[in-house]
Design a protein around this ligand. Structure first.
Ligand code: ADP
Ligand code: MG
Length: 314
């Protein structure tokens, strides 16, 4: 993979950190890794997760309802929008600076606030499973169920947490705007936190109480933009079989068919590596020539050069 490519890069939790100062420090490193690829003349589109950030915004907005009785609770869709803007701001700022530091002055950087449509009858809405926000005790959990109509679940003896649905992304509403910006040579940050989940009712898009998986939406965006490569950056350099076991085996190169077999054998943990492998397989299988890579942020340049990471292809 040395020719100029259109690459969609999905940033995981370790590219952004867990607190405001951590994020500000992390984006500087993230920006270096992204601009390394731009310097090699690749066209890059950035997506990212928002787990800690959306939890933080949600907690802050709940605190507001305690302080000011006239403030209603903030819908989760609005919290996702706030997290997109906040993360987008830090990334945009750091990317611009890194580009200018390398005398690249012709690539404007922009964040697209992105809505992603989900189906109202997606079965995920019937069984919310994704934990978000902080742990609370049983009394607080009961209060949150009554006051905010949250679904609260006991989480492995650590207390109660809110759980929300994680429906599949059906359509990226701002696709045309993103495409126009990318085609014009902008460095675009889009689909943050999996996108703002909305359901369609005629012309009206209504915010949904859900969190869309950022790996799935990144795959959809990569297909929509006809990208050559989807890179999912995370906390491991490669994907493993029998991960964490003594006979663990790191994968360099897998075909779609092999990966599907490994999925069915249960090698990848639900909620962490499984959605990444599923997204990688889905993208690689979608058209001849398309490839997906899963690797560490710090290794992205080497991985694109074929030296590390796990590569998925037909
Ligand atoms: P992100 O924030 O990037 O989405 P996650 O924590 O959700 O990161 O997922 C990455 C994690 O998945 C890795 O750090 C690793 O602990 C875990 N993991 C589970 N199964 C595997 C596997 N088979 N191979 C490699 N990592 C795995
Ligand atoms: Mg994750």
């Amino acid at each position: 993979m040395t020719d100029k490519q259109r690459i969609v890069i999905a940033l995981g939790g370790n590219a952004l950190g867990n607190t405001l100062p951590e994020q500000m420090a992390a984006v500087k490193i993230t920006a270096k890794a992204i601009v390394d690829l731009i310097e090699e003349s690749h066209e890059v589109v950035v997506t990212h997760g928002n787990g800690p950030q959306v939890g933080m915004v949600n907690n802050a907005m709940i605190a507001l309802t305690h302080e000011d009785k006239d403030q209603p609770n903030t819908p989760l869709s609005v919290c996702v929008a706030m997290s997109q803007a906040y993360i987008g701001y830090d990334l945009q700022n750091a990317l611009r600076e890194e580009l200018l530091n390398r005398s690249i002055t012709n690539i404007p950087v922009a964040t697209m606030i992105t809505q992603v449509r989900v189906e109202a009858d997606d079965p995920a809405f019937q069984s919310p499973s994704k934990p978000i926000g902080k742990f609370v005790d049983a009394d607080q959990a009961k209060m949150m169920e009554e006051k905010f109509q949250y679904v609260m679940k006991e989480d492995a003896g650590r207390g109660y947490r809110r759980v929300v649905a994680s429906p599949k992304p059906a359509e990226i509403i701002e696709t045309e705007t993103i495409r126009t910006m990318v085609d014009a040579g902008n460095l675009v940050i889009a689909c943050g936190g999996g996108g703002i989940p909305v359901t369609r009712n005629g012309n009206h898009l209504k915010g949904a109480s859900a969190v869309i998986d950022k790996d799935f939406v990144s795959c959809l965006l990569a297909k929509e933009l006809d990208a050559d490569c989807l890179i999912i950056l995370t906390a491991v350099e490669k994907v493993a079989l029998r991960y964490g076991q003594p006979d663990e085996q790191w994968l360099d190169d897998v075909t779609v068919a092999q990966a599907e077999e490994y999925i069915s054998q249960g090698h990848f943990a639900a909620g962490s590596m499984l959605p990444k492998v599923q997204a990688a397989v889905d993208f690689a299988a979608s058209k001849k020539g398309r490839q997906a890579l899963i690797t560490l942020l710090e290794k992205s340049k080497e991985a694109v050069a074929g030296q590390t990471g796990t590569l998925f292809h037909i």
